[in-house]
Design a protein around this ligand. Structure first.
Ligand SMILES: [Zn+2]
Length: 173
């Protein structure tokens, strides 16, 4: 038997050592009850969370049960489209499908009324000026462009309010 790679394939008695199998998978994800409500909310310029009566936290995106308390959430609540930047990163390295030319900022925004931050693009401020605790507001797409997606918010940008005190968001990092 030959030791050269590939030649074994021509010997009908050689053991099979490799099999190339192209795979294609088409699938549909069903968002489920709570996540569907969350996504549909964006089409109406509303951001929806779910409150847990055990710990009183508002989960965002909403879930049917609180992962901390292990009990069903009490119901859907609307949170504000403004909040506090808890953490962020500056993207400086180009890659495919970038939303903007680098450098640009992505950050975790703790919306007023929510206990879990959402991740989104931050604009309207230079990367050298961005900081934890900045107050931000959502910049929504035009009414006709709204849809059941987080992309209904173009990005967040500074609201002009004074920075939030670290004590107010340190539990949400
Ligand atoms: Zn809870």
């Amino acid at each position: 038997m030959s030791e050269k790679p590939g030649e074994g394939a021509q010997d009908p008695n050689a053991p099979v050592t490799m099999l190339l199998t192209p795979v294609r998978l088409d699938y549909t994800v069903v968002a489920g009850h709570h996540l569907s409500q969350y996504l549909q909310g964006f089409a109406q310029k509303r951001i929806l969370g779910a409150r847990c009566e055990g710990c009183n936290k508002v989960l965002l995106p909403p879930r049917g049960a609180c992962p901390t308390c292990g009990i069903p959430t009490a119901g859907i609540v609307e949170v504000q489209d403004q909040g506090t930047l808890t953490t962020y990163c500056v993207i400086s390295i180009p890659f495919g499908n970038m939303p903007f030319k680098p450098p640009y900022i992505a950050g975790a925004v703790l919306l007023d009324g929510a206990d879990i931050p959402i991740f989104h693009l931050i604009r309207g401020i230079e990367p050298s000026e961005v900081r934890m605790g900045m107050r931000l507001k959502a910049i929504w797409k035009d009414e006709a462009e709204l849809g059941p997606t987080l992309e209904s918010i173009r990005w967040f940008e500074p609201s002009g309010e004074p920075d939030a005190d670290y004590e107010t968001f340190k539990e949400h990092l």
